[in-house]
Design a protein around this ligand. Structure first.
Ligand code: ADP
Ligand code: MG
Length: 323
């Protein structure tokens, strides 16, 4: 069974950022308004996610770490129709199969909680402990028992890059949640969780960029757009700074990214890219989920319409700025 878990784990947990993603999504599912992420050595040594969410009931602690015990839905088709991010009940079992996990959680405010320690899929201890309401997950020595997987890990900087890119995007998707990210003791991000997207942009890209961001707000029969785009003279040298959020979920979509860049066409020097944090709201039925649930890339059934809408609206905002 351990081997089966390790193999299955490989599909869900590719690298440290996959662990961060699964843990943070669970924190969001639990209604947390404060999520603190600490990593060491690109997450290979340690990943810790603490939240102030609903916590895990005593009788659910062990259950949560065993495969499919909590699976909420049957098919990937339903993925975008449901509100919560978790959908497979596979993440915790997968993480526990390939790392050393220490989970402290409490659903109550009486100061008491449970601590569950699991190594390589085996429960080591399950005890009562002091805990505030919420969940504090520590994942140590990722892939310690799967050396073949460990060998595929890139440099600490690369692994950290995947983690920070993910957390930055998530922070922009959830300006109402206070996120922090620390690596080897250095604070990389701190957002306030006060709903102010500009504050999040400032925390990620710096106040100079944030101060000059242009607001976008538009709606048609099928889509709503809101967020901020950078002035054409406040740009960056890589494309990473395009964040798209669809119905609260960070996504990638090639056609919409292109529409954003097209709106800036002729305004940007070659190899310069805008900073964009764009929230797209739409009827979930318009999302086509014929892609792997773990992948960010999604397709829309009225994609061309969305592309035109985004490009026109952004052009309008930029034109107002330039003239
Ligand atoms: P899924 O998210 O698909 O349900 P996971 O393996 O990620 O599966 O988590 C299993 C279960 O453990 C969740 O359904 C939830 O009940 C519980 N859980 C995990 N993390 C948290 C958390 N941070 N706060 C509250 N409950 C949690
Ligand atoms: Mg989950």
């Amino acid at each position: 069974e351990h081997v089966a878990n390790q193999i299955a784990a490989g599909e869900v947990i590719e690298r440290p950022s996959s662990v961060v993603k699964e843990l943070v999504e669970n924190s969001l599912d639990a209604g947390s308004t404060k999520i603190d992420v600490t990593v060491e050595e690109g997450g290979l040594q340690l990943i810790r996610v603490s939240d102030n969410g609903s916590g895990i009931e005593t009788e659910d602690c062990e259950v949560a770490f065993f495969r499919h015990a909590t699976s909420k839905i049957g098919s990937g088709k339903d993925l975008f129709q449901i509100r919560t991010l978790g959908f497979r009940g596979e993440a915790l079992p997968s993480i526990a199969a390939v790392a050393k996990v220490d989970c402290v959680s409490s659903p109550s405010t009486d100061g008491l909680g449970r601590r569950l320690v699991i190594e390589g899929g085996s429960v080591k201890s399950f005890t009562e402990t002091a805990s505030s309401r919420g969940t504090d997950m520590t994942v140590k020595e990722l892939f310690y028992n799967t050396p073949a997987r460990l060998k595929y890990m890139k440099t600490i900087q690369t692994e950290l890059g995947h983690i920070s890119d993910y957390i930055y995007r998530l922070a922009m998707a959830h300006p109402n949640v206070a996120f922090s990210l620390k690596h080897n003791g250095n604070a990389l991000l701190q957002t306030l969780g006060n709903g102010d997207l500009v504050q999040v942009i400032a925390a990620v890209y710096g106040t100079a960029v944030a101060k000059t961001m242009l607001p976008v707000r538009a709606e048609n029969a099928d889509y709503s757009l809101s967020g901020f785009i950078s002035r054409p003279d406040m740009t960056r040298s890589n494309r990473q700074a395009l964040t798209m959020v669809m119905n609260g979920r960070t996504i990638r979509n090639y056609a919409v990214s292109n529409a954003i860049l097209n709106a800036y066409h002729t305004l940007l020097p070659i190899n310069r890219y805008p900073v964009v944090a764009l929230h797209v709201g739409m009827d979930p039925a318009l999302v086509d989920v014929n892609v792997h649930p773990a992948k960010l890339e999604v397709r829309f059934s009225k994609e061309l319409e969305l592309v035109r809408f985004v490009e026109e609206e952004l052009r309008g905002v930029l034109r107002g700025e330039v003239l």
